[in-house]
Every structure is written in C-alpha cells, then in structure tokens.
Design a protein around this ligand. Structure first.
Ligand code: MUC
Ligand code: MG
Length: 371
C-alpha cells in the first residue's frame, strides 16, 4: 500500500543577516524562514520552506500568515492522503485555498523531497532531469553605502565567488541612485556584469529616464523599474535602451507571464518558486516564457538553504540565460541545515543525493525557532 501523509510541522526561524540589506521598501537585519516538515506513514520526511522579505512590505503573505495558512488550512487537507500523488494533492489544495502561493510552495517542495527520497531520486530528476549541476549565481550589493558596496564587490571578485552583482536602488532620488550605480559600474564593471533592481519604485516617466541613463552607463539588466500593475510601461521599456528588462513582481504565475508576453514584452522573467506555488508549478511560467522567446532568470526571496536548493532543482532543468541569484544562505549569519551548499567560481552546486539533498540540523532549528 502506498504511503500516506501523517503530519505536518512548521517553525518560524529568525536568522540574523551578515549586514543590513537595503531594498527600496525595507531594510533587513534578520530573515524569517517558515520551515515545514512533512512526515509520511512510511517514516520518510520531506522538507519545505516559505520565506518572504520584510514582513508584509514585499509580498502579500507574512511569515506568521504563512505558518497559520499551513497549520490551519493546508495541513488538514493533506493528512491521510496518498503522499506520492502530487498532482491530485495540488489540485485538492488549489481548489480549497485561494492564493497563498508561498505556503503552497513549501508544501510542493516537501512533497517532492519526500517522493524523491522514497523513489531514490533527486528532485531535479522528478522534474525531468537536470541540464546542468552547477548554476551561475550573482550577489546583491545592498549595504546602502557606495564605498562599502565597492569594497564588498572587490573582495568577492578577488575570492572568485561571484562575477555578477545586482544593486538595489529606488529608495533614494533618481540622481543619487544614478551616481551610486555609475560609481559601481566604473569600479567593477570591467570585471563583472552589473544589474539593478528598482523593486517597482519608479513611475513610468522616471523609469524612462532612469533606464536610458542606466543603459548608457553599461548596466546589463534592469529589474522591475515600475509598479507590478503597470505592465504596458514595462513592455514599452523593454523595447528601449541597451539594457534588458527583467520582470519580477509583475510576473508570478504562468497567466501573468502569458499576459505580459501577449502585450509584446521582450526581456526576461525572474522565476521564483514562492511566487508560482512551488518548484513544479513554476515550470509552467518558464514554459510560457520559452514559447514567447522571453529569457529566464532564477530568482530568490532570500530563502535559506531549503528554499534555495528547492529552487535550484527547478532551475537546473531550464536554460537560464541570465543565471540565478540563489545566494540567500550567504546573506545569513548561520544555517539550520547539516551541510551548507557549496558556492565557488561564481556558481552554486546542486546536491545529487536523494530528494532535495539537505538535512535539518535539529539543534540549530531549536535554537533559532521562535518560541
Ligand atoms: C528581489 O526583489 O528580487 C532578490 C535578491 C535580493 O537582494 O532581493 C531579492 C528580492
Ligand atoms: Mg526583484
């Protein structure tokens, strides 16, 4: 008889960041991971993670809300059900629970982890097989101070850990952001690809000017310069300037991706498992992008190792023209897994062991869990 789902446990885990991380909508000094463990009747466990940025300042689900959705609504739908039937399980939760893609992503991840362990396969194999086991990974310079960002970038280039940097702009006025970006392009741009993420901070006319200047100074990629709602402005910007436009907050589901492509967008989509509902669900969006000639980029919600590795299993099955930003664990002072991921030579390596290929460090989990 096939295994059933016995129980789901969740934890809120607060981990300090190595330095303040400044985005246009918040400054992070700590990251809260929502960790899920699903236990099956055959004793196999699957892990999942649902992590957002800055409470409710980035997305519509907070860590506390995600935990509540998992405990009170999603777990009761899953307990007692056949654990390997992932598509029927997803249909069941999607028909009973609207939205909540972050919480659903943790569930999809845990189901895949457990099924991979049961079948003796890595999650990437369940998703059709990895095209590549090492994925390019950039680093975000976001200390809020130009000189500190340059020093941080120099150190990481010297160590060979990264060859691409994303700058978080949009919190300050346009002139200050342009001067900040120009100084970093001049200091590091001959050895690294420089990209920016505006996190929706500009209106359409500021974006038109900002994107033209960023293109002219040699920025390679401009992420979400306008509001997620202003899809037409995003499409217009994608046809101007040398720098490519990356849609992030504007594109969560395959339906979003289809609508933006239909309007004539030409650029790339930031895929995130949390936006789409999990490492299998996100592939629907990737396939829409591929059919429309839109590039792919592996995005993060600054997850810890479990969410990061779950994303990597999905990204490994796709041609990622713009690489990935799966550096989340490196922004955190400590980890709650037994063995960290390996980051070297501007890449991160996908574990080849069963399921996700990560195990919890129970002592650390207890230590950092909210009581
Ligand atoms: C975002 O908006 O893309 C990704 C990297 C980073 O520093 O912030 C995130 C979120
Ligand atoms: Mg972004």
């Amino acid at each position: 008889m096939s295994a059933t789902i016995e129980r789901l446990e969740t934890w809120l885990v607060d981990l300090p960041t190595i330095r303040p991380h400044k985005l246009s909508m918040t400054t992070m000094g700590c990251q809260t991971l929502v960790i899920l463990r699903l236990t099956r009747s055959d004793g196999i466990c699957g892990l999942g993670e649902a992590t957002t940025i800055g409470g409710l300042s980035y997305g519509v689900e907070s860590p506390e809300g995600i935990k509540s959705a998992l405990d009170n609504y999603l777990a009761p739908l899953l307990t007692g059900q056949p654990a390997d039937d992932i598509n029927p399980l997803l249909a069941r939760i999607n028909s009973a629970v609207k939205g909540n893609t972050f919480a659903k992503s943790a569930i999809e991840t845990a189901l895949l982890d457990a099924k991979g362990k049961a079948l003796g396969l890595p999650v990437s194999a369940l998703l059709g097989g990895a095209l590549s086991e090492r994925l390019p990974v950039l680093w975000t310079l976001a200390s809020g101070d130009t000189a500190k960002d340059i020093a941080e970038g120099e150190k990481l280039l010297a160590e060979g850990r990264h060859r691409a940097f994303k700058l978080k702009i949009g919190a300050r006025d346009l002139e200050t952001d342009l001067a900040h970006t120009c100084a970093i392009v001049e200091a590091l741009g001959d050895r690294a690809s420089i990209r920016v993420d505006v996190n929706q901070a500009w209106d359409a006319s500021t974006a038109a000017r900002g994107c033209a200047e960023l293109s002219a100074m040699g920025v390679d990629l401009i992420e979400q310069p306008v509001s997620a709602h202003d899809r037409d402005a995003l499409v217009r910007l994608s046809h101007r300037g040398r720098a490519a436009i990356l849609a992030d907050e504007a594109v969560a589901s395959a339906e979003d991706g289809f609508d933006i492509a239909r309007r004539g967008f030409s650029g790339a989509y930031a895929l995130k498992i949390a936006k789409a509902g999990g490492p299998a669900s996100v592939l629907r969006l990737a396939h829409v992008a591929q059919a429309a000639g839109i590039g792919l980029y592996g995005g993060t919600m600054l997850e810890g190792t479990i969410g990061t590795v779950a994303s990597l299993h999905a990204w490994s099955t796709l041609p990622m023209q713009w690489g990935t930003e799966m550096f989340g664990p490196l922004l955190l002072k400590d980890d709650i897994v037994a063995r960290p991921l390996s980051f070297a030579d501007a890449c991160v390596t996908l574990p080849q062991t069963l399921g996700l290929g990560v195990a919890l460090d129970e002592d650390k989990l207890r230590h950092y869990s909210r009581k």
